[in-house]
Design a protein around this ligand. Structure first.
Ligand code: PXL
Length: 277
């Protein structure tokens, strides 16, 4: 049996719903062999404030090299990279690795406000990592931040942002539009064609890890050989189910449920295709 493989270079989210933990759970759900290189450990404590423990470049590099040398990868996904130096090195490792699919989730701020990327690192992210990506998956605030513009407020603005982000060099751009009113609509753009992916809005506050999980599902489907539009359409169904069956545990914004798609139902996602005029 051929086993597809995905390596996540990202932060560890101690609560288990986001970051490396979301990636591994999602890869497992989708039948992909998951590997990790932990860039930083995030253990948020509302009483003592944010605690982020970045790992040394040596430690991150050792993880990347072990995984790629001994197992190999069909997809590399990046999440929380935190510093300029980690981004620069990650771009070098990705260039050397010659892996087929590169998913760059330009993680900046977590659902509960954790700062997951230093502000000074944004320019380096744009110049080194985005051009290497098969697909980048910003949410609306991340898209605004990358473009240095104000908040996006409509599908039309999401499309314009996708066009500008595409000029930074990735093959595909997915702007995750979950924060607009109405159905949860995302815009995928490949330089010529827009794909608008629409799913029902789920009324819940428990969406911790939703962005990571969505991008991880894309990474897994690409590893198995799907095209980018196929992978994104499947991932949209996967994340919609994960949000619908999310958990409120003891406190705060609870995690999405990574196994929901397999366990419960297939929630439809409507895709509209438009050519750039
Ligand atoms: O969901 C964004 C995210 C990414 N990576 C790590 C996180 C979070 C949010 O909490 O902790 C490590």
């Amino acid at each position: 049996m051929k086993m597809s493989r995905a390596l996540s270079i990202a932060g560890s989210a101690a609560r288990g719903g986001a970051g490396i933990q979301a990636d591994l759970k999602t890869f497992q759900e989708l039948g992909v062999f998951g590997m990790t290189a932990v860039t930083a450990i995030v253990a948020e404590n509302p009483r003592t404030g944010q605690r982020i423990f970045p790992q040394s470049i040596d430690a991150i590099e050792a993880q990347v090299h072990t995984a790629l040398r001994d197992i190999g990868a069909d997809t590399i996904k990046t999440g929380m990279l935190f510093t300029e130096e980690i981004i620069t090195k990650t771009a070098e490792w990705i260039t050397d690795a010659q892996v087929e699919n590169i998913v760059v989730d330009p993680v900046m701020v977590g659902k509960i406000g954790s700062v997951l990327l230093e502000e000074s690192a944004i320019e380096v992210l744009k110049s080194t990592l985005l051009p290497l990506a098969t697909i980048i998956t910003p949410n609306m605030p991340e898209a605004s931040e990358l473009l240095g513009i104000g908040p996006l407020t409509s599908i039309d603005e999401l499309k314009k942002a996708a066009v500008k982000l595409h000029e930074m060099g990735p093959k595909y751009v997915l702007v995750k539009g979950g924060r607009l009113e109405g159905p949860a609509t995302d815009v995928l753009f490949d330089g010529k064609t827009f794909y608008l992916l629409e799913a029902p809005r789920i009324d819940t506050i428990h969406t911790n890890g939703a962005w990571c999980t969505y991008s991880a599902a894309i990474a897994a489907e690409l590893a198995k050989g799907s095209s980018v539009p196929e992978a994104v359409e499947f991932a949209k169904k996967f994340i919609t189910a994960a949000i619908r069956h999310a958990f409120g545990f003891k406190q705060g914004v609870g995690p999405t449920y990574h196994a929901a798609f397999r366990k419960y139902d297939e929630i439809g996602c409507h895709v509209t295709v438009e050519k750039l005029s």
